[in-house]
Design a protein around this ligand. Sequence first.
Ligand code: FES
Length: 160
Amino acid sequence: MAKEVEIDMNLIDSVISNYGGNPESLLMILQDISDIYNYVPPEVIPVLVKRLGIRESLIYSVATFYKTISLEPRGKYIVQVCTGTACHVRGAGKVLQAIEEKLEVREGQTTRDSLFTLEAVRCVGCCASGPVITVNKETYGGLDRSSVVRVIDEYRKAAS
Ligand code: FES
């Protein structure tokens, strides 16, 4: 599991204020918080309840419904492997397996050094380029076992 990070509540406050404290903006607020920390830290939940005037259960149901939002700490780099149909028939399974072997984690896990979290997702919208992975907001297509390992190596190198 990735390390928990120190949360800047002023930053959380400004995210909420960007949406005028509107409870209908809950999903966008959770997404923005996720963009900052790669997850929604638990200490943020009571703040959202108070500022948005909503029930805690609503936050949990929205956060658990959307795959892009996590309530668990995640790595610096979120590696998402598309396992949609088009990518599947082009070898997404082998790409996923190569990443699992390279990072020594299974899908859904975070590396011990908190650098990578590996996730399998459905279609990311560029099927013609499959198999496709995304690393944070970058997309890589036409991958095989060796090219995806090179992508991972690049990120590891950049982080060292
Ligand atoms: S199925 Fe992978 S991008 Fe659409």
